[in-house]
Design a protein around this ligand. Sequence first.
Ligand code: UNU
Length: 504
Amino acid sequence: MAITRPSATQIRELAAGLHMSLSPEEAAAYRALMDASFDAYDVIDALPDYIPAVKYPRTPGHRPGPEENPLGAWYWKSEVKGAEHGKLAGKRVVLKDNVALAGVPMMNGASTLEGFVPAADATIVTRMLDAGATIVGKATCEHFCLSGGSHTSDPGPVHNPHRRGYSAGGSSSGSGALVAAGEVDLAIGGDQGGSIRIPAAYCGIVGLKPTHGLVPYTGVMPIETTIDHTGPMTARVADNALLLEVLAGPDGLDPRQYAPQVAPYTEALGKGAKGLRIGLLTEGFAVPGMQEAVADKVRAGAARFERLGATVEEVSLPAYRLAAAVWQPIALEGLTQQMMVGNGMGFNWKGAYDVGLFDAHAGWRGRADDLSATLKISMLIGQWGLTHYRGRYYAKAQNLARQVRTDFADAFGRYDLLLCPTLPCTATKLPEAGAPLEEVIARAFEMVASTSPMDVTGNPSLSLPCGLVDGLPVGLMLTARDWNESAIYQAAAAFEADGDWRGF
Ligand SMILES: NC(=O)c1ccccc1
């Protein structure tokens, strides 16, 4: 099939949309000079796509009914068996539903994408299968991953395994809930503003946002390249380190991976916390909405590290607060441009594109009223920044992000780890269907000031359960210099070995 050539009239319409005025004669003259370009499009159109081959057989699986899905945490169940042997042999893994599993539906929490079936596996899927894992399905996630609650997914809300009717945290909501409920051994999450660490904290599990670019993002639906991360969510620290060992390293297809530095993460386990230099991040205890009981649990966790032989001292890092502000233009203008205008992945980078996602996701324009409230408000702010201010605040925020990174790097000259609460609060009540807009937005965004700074800096950052407040888990956040996930695992494993956090 040949590519459709525009008529001279269509050329005039295109020109008008691009702020050019062409006379009918000019339009016809330009049109007459376009054939070589469109012939090239015909060449592209005639060829098969060039994408990674699917290595392990699978069947499409099924969407579980309510009896099989009490928490609402499953989007899809399907079984893909990996290699016979390997580091993950015998482990059952669930993927956040923004990770492509070829042949299995993916809707990324959004009805506008429902029906889409990816043609290729994400790099991390192939790596886990090569390591012997069994992939058991897709976990519900928030509408295009744009909420820290678990109430904006079109498949429905996800309940916290610790308390029905309460948020599991998002946007990797189903991943957090299924690990906490013991339905899977391991989960994959994604984090642009906190979406791995938030559900980890609310659900009482271990969630790592790796250093930006350590784990290939290829085949995972982006929000914004410079803050996109994917990473492991597990019940225990050792499993987290083991899974990261399988996930980490360049794939040659992801523009986020400049020069990732991989390490043998499981070797950090069992080394104890003695000698680790921990900075207690002052600003991290003063985020909006900080609950004293949560801060106290995290301070008690810091004291525990001291007893375990680490040095702990308070450190002020004003850049942490600035980073939360810097996150806003980057996330909001960036997502509007890349995820929405750019049909899911955006343009201007080398690597593996999901052509089917371009086709399927472009359809949001015909149903924009069905987008979530969180995405609508984000796009409205982002579009205002892009049009009224020509994107200058995105550009300036990217520059200030470099300054923030320098300040963080300075702190990591003095401390191996920064410690603060993952979030200001424990899990909140799920908004009821039809809840006021104000509540829907608040439950989605009230916690991002704590976690989003590390998406801006790119530093590895992990949420570790450190106790219960009124029966709900509290997360303690450990952040390290780039590529030093090992220090985080060393500390977290020592903390975990010191006793069951449910009793702290
Ligand atoms: N995808 C994210 O990390 C996110 C988290 C919270 C709010 C918005 C986005």
